[in-house]
Structures are given as structure tokens and as C-alpha cells.
Design a protein around this ligand. Structure first.
Ligand SMILES: [Zn+2]
Length: 74
């Protein structure tokens, strides 16, 4: 079972094979992506920090696009 990197609940990893990062479909967090450069740093954060990064990514996302967690969200 794949776990959502943010909330650790069951989720789906939708990453295309050539995608540098992770594309996640989570019932709790909704669809989002994590850029390859942000993954390691994001995984070192506590839950509150990870949720905060996702919230920032959602604020930066243009309407109709998937939020993408990059290093500027951390
Ligand atoms: Zn989640």
C-alpha cells in the first residue's frame, strides 16, 4: 500500500515514469505533486510542516492546476 507523503494515509502514486518527483492522489490532501528537489527535505519535516508546505503549494497553484510542492514551499 502506498502512503500519502503528507498525511500517511492510504493514497495513490500517480507519478508518470519520466516524472522527476511524486504525483499523489490522496482523499485527505487531494491531488498534488512534489518536485524531485523537494522530496527529501519534505520527508524530514514533521506532520505540521508537511501540511504547511501543502497549504503553501495550494495557495501558489493557479486555478485548475494541481498544487506542486517545491523547495519554495518548505
Ligand atoms: Zn494525504
Amino acid at each position: 500500500m502506498y502512503q500519502c507523503p503528507i498525511c500517511r494515509r492510504a493514497a495513490t502514486n500517480n507519478s508518470p515514469p519520466d516524472f522527476d518527483g511524486i504525483s499523489v492522489k490522496c482523499l485527505e490532501c487531494d491531488d498534488y505533486e512534489i518536485s524531485g528537489t523537494a522530496v527529501d527535505e519534505l520527508m524530514r519535516l514533521e506532520l505540521a510542516g508537511r501540511l504547511d508546505a501543502l497549504q503553501k503549494a495550494k495557495r501558489f497553484a493557479l486555478p485548475g492546476t494541481k498544487p506542486s510542492i517545491t523547495t519554495i514551499c518548505l
